[in-house]
Design a protein around this ligand. Structure first.
Ligand SMILES: *[C@@H]1O[C@H](CO)[C@@H](O)[C@H](O)[C@H]1NC(C)=O
Ligand SMILES: *[C@@H]1O[C@H](CO)[C@@H](O)[C@H](O)[C@H]1NC(C)=O
Ligand SMILES: *[C@@H]1O[C@H](CO)[C@@H](O)[C@H](O)[C@H]1NC(C)=O
Ligand SMILES: *[C@@H]1O[C@H](CO)[C@@H](O)[C@H](O)[C@H]1NC(C)=O
Length: 198
């Protein structure tokens, strides 16, 4: 009791309290968190996978539990790869010109709007001409968000696959009929349980 009151009344103690409060308030104010994804958006992504370039139309539609990546390789002959993911874990990968289709059953559904929660903040960096906040999540993805507009600018998978966000239309929705996988996906299907590489 006596020791406690000596410590409590000593100037050192109050000094520690002040230091702690300063540290606590500055650290909570200083660490930015990633902006959750809008529940619906359309984005055009310029992809670079070790020099192999492609354009991706990304349609993210959380309320309807679906996500689309329409991938056009550079000079790919006009037969884009449709990568359609449902929140029940079913994905379809198909082309329309050559009418190939493959489906896969994954253990998880599409990304949640807050999928970046818990990411590790790495500071700020200039990317593609934008000053960005940078996070890393489970050594899987590095994510770059514009400090001013809070829009994503760039992300990079551990595989080396890099996305540069060219457009980001919040609220844009692809019409329902566009999400219908073609009939040949339901005929002789080759299904696999392995996910496509990121
Ligand atoms: C694509 O990425 C590679 C590194 O993997 C880089 O050398 C090259 O300049 C990039 N190409 C474009 C068009 O950004
Ligand atoms: C998941 O949903 C899609 C779209 O409604 C459907 O085509 C598919 O069969 C469903 N998969 C499962 C495992 O129920
Ligand atoms: C397609 O694959 C799914 C999943 O393996 C299977 O349940 C379904 O019966 C298959 N459909 C046809 C038409 O083969
Ligand atoms: C699916 O494949 C089987 C065996 O290869 C074949 O007999 C059948 O006609 C095919 N069905 C369709 C819808 O292509």
């Amino acid at each position: 009791m006596a020791i406690k009151s000596i410590i409590m009344s000593s100037p050192i103690w109050s000094c520690w309290v002040v230091l702690f409060l300063c540290y606590w308030s500055s650290s909570t104010a200083a660490v930015p968190v990633p902006t959750p994804w809008p529940h619906q958006f359309h984005s055009i992504l310029f992809m670079n996978y070790s020099g192999a370039l492609s354009l991706v139309d990304l349609w993210y539609d959380w309320p309807n539990g679906r996500n689309f990546n329409i991938v056009q390789d550079q000079l790919g002959g006009g037969d884009p790869l449709y990568d359609l993911e449902w929140n029940n874990g079913t994905s379809f990968f198909y082309t329309k010109k050559h009418k190939h289709c493959r489906s896969a059953q994954l253990a998880v559904g599409i990304l949640r709007p807050n999928w970046l929660d818990g990411a590790n903040y790495l500071g700020q960096q200039h990317v593609d001409g934008f000053l960005c906040n940078v996070w890393e999540k489970v050594d899987f993805i590095w994510y770059y968000e514009d400090t001013l507009t809070k829009r994503p600018v760039h992300w990079l998978f551990y595989t080396g696959r890099a996305a540069h966000v060219m457009t980001f239309e919040v609220g844009a929705v692809l019409e329902d009929h566009e999400w219908q996988a073609p009939v040949y996906c339901f005929q002789n299907n080759t299904s696999s349980s392995s996910p496509p590489c990121s």
